[in-house]
Ligand binder design. Structure first.
Ligand code: G1P
Length: 283
């Protein structure tokens, strides 16, 4: 199966840090967010990863390429562990790139992948969402096999946060699996049909690629994937599944800081020391 990783957004929530560097390259405990995404794709059985990039995103391509000078330096200085890490990156996956000339929204970014996915179902993995345990893509694939339909990963969020996400309405057909009846992109809190937020991982049928070119700009004057999925519902069923392990949205400064803290607390290298520093800071 192939995966489309949209990574063409301008990162306006991170300015000025993202003025000249892609937000997908921001580190979470020393590793760029997009490397976590590619590693998750590979662990989930994805053969080809298509990254949708744009102007100012060259660092992403360079990251998944060889760094010959750096490798020479690490080899000469005998830093074998770092050398191994760096050499491993270009071998992680077959990574392809397509450029979205003008950022026109997530739906338009996904459409840029149509010549790559052709008539096959495909994953969409948002480039700023990290799912640390590798069970999300296999779960989407399992539900897709069972119902023969598109499947969205969703997560219950506190009601006050629903307006940050695409939200579904539906009825539960088995524990943790919903048959979707409606979708709304970033609804006002009092208009959200549920608190089940679309969380950055999708397995979509190719029909959505036929629909996307006809979708008008929606919320934020962007072509929204959620609006295309709402249209897809008129032709095909869509299911949603909650993830056993929560994902991390690194798409705004606060959630990126929280993700770093969560990952650092879990890490062998920094966990104990960070816990101590935080206790002091909070004390
Ligand atoms: C996008 C999608 C939204 C989804 C969210 C998940 O929004 O449009 O439906 O819930 O990602 O992170 P964005 O965060 O790009 O504004």
């Amino acid at each position: 199966m192939k995966a489309i990783v949209p990574a063409a957004g301008l990162g306006t929530r991170f300015l000025p840090a993202t003025k000249e560097q892609p937000k997908e390259m921001l580190p979470v405990v020393g590793k760029p967010v997009i490397q976590y995404v590619v590693e998750e794709a590979v662990a989930g059985g994805v053969s080809d990863v298509l990254v949708v990039t744009g102007r100012g995103k060259r660092a992403i391509e360079d990251h998944f390429d060889r760094s010959v000078e750096l490798e020479d330096l690490l080899e000469r200085s005998g830093n074998i562990e770092k050398l191994r890490q760096i050499r491993n990156i270009p071998d992680l996956a077959n990574v392809f790139y397509v450029r979205q000339g003008r950022p026109r929204g997530l739906g338009h970014a996904v459409l840029c992948g149509a010549p790559h996915t052709l008539d096959q179902p495909f994953f969409v993995m948002l480039g700023d969402v990290i799912v640390p345990k590798g069970d999300c893509l296999p779960k989407l694939a399992e539900i897709h096999e069972k119902y023969g339909a598109s499947v969205l990963a969703v997560e219950p969020v506190e009601q006050q946060f629903v307006s940050r996400y695409g939200v579904i309405a539906g009825h539960e057909v088995e524990p943790g699996v919903w048959k979707v009846t409606d979708l709304v992109e970033k609804p006002p809190v009092n208009e959200a049909p549920s608190n089940l937020a679309i969380f950055g991982r999708y397995l979509l049928t190719p029909k959505v690629m036929e629909i996307l070119p006809h979708i008008d700009a929606g919320r934020g004057d962007e072509i929204q994937l959620t609006d295309a999925l709402k249209e897809l519902l008129k032709h095909e069923d869509i299911y949603a599944v909650t993830m056993d392990c929560p994902g991390y949205d690194t798409g705004n400064i606060l959630s990126w800081i929280e993700t770093n803290v969560a990952f650092a607390l879990e890490s062998e290298e920094y966990g104990a020391q960070l816990r101590e520093s935080l206790t002091k800071m909070l004390g």
